[in-house]
Design a protein around this ligand. Structure first.
Ligand SMILES: NC(=O)c1ccc[n+]([C@@H]2O[C@H](COP(=O)([O-])OP(=O)(O)OC[C@H]3O[C@@H](n4cnc5c(N)ncnc54)[C@H](O)[C@@H]3O)[C@@H](O)[C@H]2O)c1
Length: 387
């Protein structure tokens, strides 16, 4: 019998994120044995009974539900974890908070700022523990980038540059909407690459470099009409296929962000680079255990970009894993977020990014889309960002 306190999780959604989160719950107590809480995979919910039972059997959930309302009504669930498409986040999160459940929600928090604000209001009124899965923060090399910036090693920061490039929607024959393709449908997704991909870049950027104050953006929808899988009709495409924006950060630095699903050859090329007066940093998701670092104070004859293999025990999270020199992967960012959430229950502190933090990211996303449609600069309304 474990002496740990159980956190009984009810997961909603059994797709890509349902799997990464389930892996996080399965693994966390093996690698973070000091935590007082341990997740119990109490129930999983998805609409198809046969499929959700197969998922429960595969991952070790104790029970299933086919309606998230029934999951929330159960008194043996402490925390509801939302892994559904974006159009279901608000309704589930608000109902869960009102029922007194802790809520973990996938990103983007919602489709719009108005929707996200209602979620924040419900969560804060209920006073329940919460977090949003902007998981890239918790890759060791990304956490190390933040530590280096916070240490002041870069000096005054001039530039923050980020890309998130994919190529999976180039074919005009790809339909929109329905299972697997909800990201192509503005009604389900809220937006295209801005909410799906740039939201990650914006969260990381504001965490490392502070608030984004104002933005100027351009978006494009390259394929204007696609067959809708649900209606069976050819319909206008409402999402942004590509988005490029530049911005001011509150600290006076300039930002440049680009995302597209039309960059042939790139599958998930998330990169960022930060240039300061004394040093620069760059990172690439395709080589996620490495952080590149240039320090202008190095002796001239050996000065150059260093490639830091972020696998040593004194680097973020790495004392939890194997031995120095051995890398970890994408899935570990979710294990780390589960661990940090469990730890926040012990300390009583927030697990950033909270719903409120994710609302700030949503404000930037919305300002980007407004800027593109109005062809003008937009203030984001974000003045500070929690770290
Ligand atoms: N953090 C990340 O890096 C990351 C990566 C991918 C997706 N996401 C986010 O995670 C969420 C899910 O994305 P995904 O890629 O896992 O999608 P997916 O299409 O793979 O899975 C969605 C799941 O939700 C289920 N679902 C849909 N509506 C439901 C409802 N009303 N009740 C119960 N189940 C329902 C579907 O059956 C499916 O199992 C989205 O908000 C997405 O933006 C985040």
């Amino acid at each position: 019998m474990s002496s740990k306190k159980p956190l009984r999780v009810g997961l909603v959604g059994t797709g890509f994120m349902g799997r990464t989160h389930s892996n996080g719950y399965s693994q966390v107590s093996h690698f973070f044995p000091e935590l007082a809480y341990t997740p119990v995979m109490q129930a999983v919910c998805s609409r198809n009974a046969e499929k959700v039972q197969a998922f429960a059997d595969q991952w070790g959930y104790k029970s299933i539900e086919t309606d998230w309302r029934a999951l929330i009504a159960r008194d043996d669930i402490d925390a509801v974890d939302i892994c559904t498409p974006n159009d279901a986040h608000a309704e589930i999160a608000i109902a869960a908070a009102e029922a007194g459940k802790m809520v973990l929600c996938e990103k983007p928090l919602a489709r719009t700022v108005a929707e996200a604000q209602k979620m924040v209001d419900a969560i804060e009124k209920a006073g329940v523990a919460n977090t949003v899965w902007y998981n890239y923060r918790r890759l060791p090399a990304v956490s190390l980038a933040k530590q280096i910036v916070d240490s002041g090693k870069l000096g005054r920061i001039f530039h923050y540059r980020a890309n998130f490039l994919q190529d999976w929607t180039i074919s005009a024959d790809l339909p929109q909407g329905g299972a697997g393709l909800w990201r192509m449908d503005a009604e389900a997704a809220g937006s295209g690459v801005t909410g799906d991909l740039l939201a990650h870049c914006i969260d990381t950027a504001m965490w490392i470099n502070g608030a984004i104050s104002d933005v100027s953006a351009v978006t494009e929808t390259f394929v204007k009409e696609r067959l809708h899988q649900v209606t069976g009709k050819v319909q206008p495409v409402g999402i942004d296929d590509a988005c490029i924006f530049h911005c001011h950060f509150a600290n006076g630095s300039l930002g440049l962000f680009e995302s597209t699903r039309y960059a042939r050859g790139h599958k998930a090329l998330y990169t960022f680079e930060i240039n300061g007066a004394n040093a620069s940093i760059r990172w690439d998701l395709h080589d996620l255990n490495r952080l590149e670092y240039f320090d202008h104070s190095d002796e001239g004859i050996v000065r150059g970009w260093r490639s830091i293999h972020v696998t040593d025990g004194d680097q973020p999270y790495m004392n939890k894993w194997w031995v120095p020199g051995l890398g970890i992967g994408y899935e570990h960012s979710f294990i780390h977020q589960v661990a940090d959430f469990l730890q926040s229950l012990e300390t009583g502190g927030p697990c950033h990014p909270t719903f409120r933090d994710a609302l700030e990211t949503q404000k930037v996303c919305e300002a980007v889309l407004d800027s593109a449609s109005s062809r003008s600069w937009k203030d984001t309304g974000v003045t500070s960002f929690a770290v």
